[in-house]
Design a protein around this ligand. Structure first.
Ligand code: GLU
Length: 483
């Protein structure tokens, strides 16, 4: 079998769209499974859409997701990615070949003429505006003359009428187009830059791309590409067009309905593992109900044959669920690294917590968090003494006699030497008994005093974790502050 070579070919817009991530991921999975190559090619031939730093951002986002590309031109010790803007001569050379065979031609029509043509076609209610091949008829002499006079020109594909263009799509099956519905596409623009169609086909051929895997929005371009392959006498790659991404209301996924940039999800604290897992399921399943996947399992299970035709709904709740699942199943040491990073970006950045302390926090909170930031947001008391105390819990559990009772507990705790969780628990039971009170009368206020909150891990787990000295301080301070 021919070796698998696939590519992700984004135009640099400034960020990585989740749809782009899905395309990149499917290409990556397909390549890895087949021991093939995954190539990154930046399609930056539209100079009007140049965005500073876009390529760097894109590569950063891909790398964050674990999608490493395999090759590219030498760029100072590192390779790649391929940049179309650095390959302009290649497209020029190739288009000349098409001119010589009559499959492409120079067009000197002015924007005014093209506009009139369009308006006329609209008046005639033609389904679609098409160039009328006016310049196909001009003589060699006229062309030379126009070059001499520096008249701006484009180069167009010469689409022959009355032809059926047929190709097999791995996802969609047989696809057919009528050449009469296809415009004489511009291949080289008046600035000398190639259009997407020409550059894409030339590169896919030269880079020996075996499978073109891309979003459905490119399906209508494919007949033009097929015509180009045929004109060049090149073998066509296999095509697989991935289903559209939809909002829950089944409209096309758009910025208006939520975040679409991978960077947004990263900044919101989603794990790359969860995002990759989620995006993999946007249009693909293994044929069972398995939803939780690690990257290596995706590589193992992925196939283009199991990609759906119908649009894939972007369901944020599922992403949230997957995030919590991935977080829960993560090794504590991995979590530790993430938590330390989160701390560095938080108001606790100048505090020093030992790894062993943070690992204990992780154990205490693991089942209660869905995001790494939850460690700080749901249990800030592990990182600093509470500044305020949950109002409702104070109302409910902080009675007139509470301060005195807590101070007694404080004194009992103070006597403990190197206390275990049981020691704290026994000390509290002893004080409760002496006061002839239910343990709850001490437990709830104790939780409030040490955490400021009314929920969380077991109160003795919190107390043990904070340590005796810190607990004593917090009891004192709560008695002073709450009244
Ligand atoms: N440059 C196109 C894009 O921005 C590439 C489409 C393709 O894969 O052919 O997605």
């Amino acid at each position: 079998m021919e070796s698998v070579r696939v590519r992700f070919a984004p135009s640099p817009t400034g960020y990585l769209h989740v749809g782009g991530l899905r395309t990149a991921l499917y290409n990556y999975l397909f390549a890895r499974k087949a021991n093939g190559k995954f190539i990154l090619r930046i399609e930056d031939t539209d100079r009007n859409r140049f965005v500073e730093g876009a390529v760097e951002n894109l590569i950063k986002a891909l790398k964050w997701c674990g999608l490493d590309y395999d090759e590219g031109p030498d760029a100072g010790g590192q390779y790649g990615p391929y940049m179309q803007s650095q390959r302009l001569d290649i497209y020029q050379d190739h288009v000349k070949e098409l001119i010589s065979t009559g499959d492409a031609y120079y067009c000197f029509c002015t924007p005014e003429r093209l506009n009139e043509l369009k308006e006329e076609q609209q008046r005639q209610k033609l389904p679609q505006a098409k160039y009328d091949k006016h310049c196909l008829a001009i003589s060699k002499n006229e062309i030379e003359h126009n070059f001499g006079a520096d008249i701006p020109f484009v180069i167009r594909l010469n689409v022959k009428p009355n032809k059926r263009i047929i190709f097999d799509d791995i996802v969609r099956g047989r696809v057919e187009f009528e050449s009469n519905n296809i415009d004489d596409q511009i291949l080289i623009k008046s600035d000398g830059f190639p259009t997407y169609h020409l550059a894409n086909v030339v590169d896919d051929h030269l880079m020996e791309i075996s499978h073109v895997i891309r979003g459905e929005e490119w399906l209508s371009s494919t007949p033009k590409h097929v015509l180009l392959y045929d004109s060049f006498n090149w073998k066509r790659p296999l095509f697989a067009h991935l289903p559209l991404l939809l909002n829950p209301d089944r409209s096309k996924l758009s910025k208006r309905q939520g975040d679409v940039a991978v960077e947004d999800y990263r900044d919101k604290g989603f794990l790359k593992e969860a995002l990759v897992n989620f995006v993999a399921l946007l249009g693909w399943n293994a044929g069972d109900d398995k939803e939780f996947y690690y990257m290596n399992e995706l590589v193992e299970s992925f196939s283009l044959e199991r990609v759906n035709k119908s649009g894939a709904v972007f369901d944020l709740e599922k992403l949230n669920w997957l995030n919590a699942e991935h977080l829960r199943k993560m090794q504590d040491t991995e979590l530790l690294a993430l938590l330390k990073e989160e701390i560095l970006n938080s108001k606790f950045s100048n505090q020093n917590y030992s790894d062993s302390y943070l690992l204990e926090v992780i154990t205490a909170m693991k089942e209660r968090v869905s995001f790494v930031k939850d460690y700080l947001e749901k249990s800030p008391y592990f990182f600093e003494a509470p500044n305020n105390y949950d109002e409702a819990a104070v109302q409910k559990n902080w009675k007139a006699e509470t301060p005195a009772m807590l101070l007694k507990l404080h004194d009992e705790f103070e006597k403990l030497v190197n206390p275990s969780k049981d020691d704290f628990e026994n000390a509290l039971a002893k004080v409760a008994e002496e006061l002839n009170a239910g343990k709850g009368k001490l437990i709830h206020p104790l939780r409030l005093a040490v955490s400021g909150m009314s929920t969380g891990p077991g109160v003795f787990d919190i107390v043990l974790l904070l340590g005796k000295d810190e607990v004593l301080k917090r009891i004192k301070s709560a008695v002073q502050k709450i009244n």
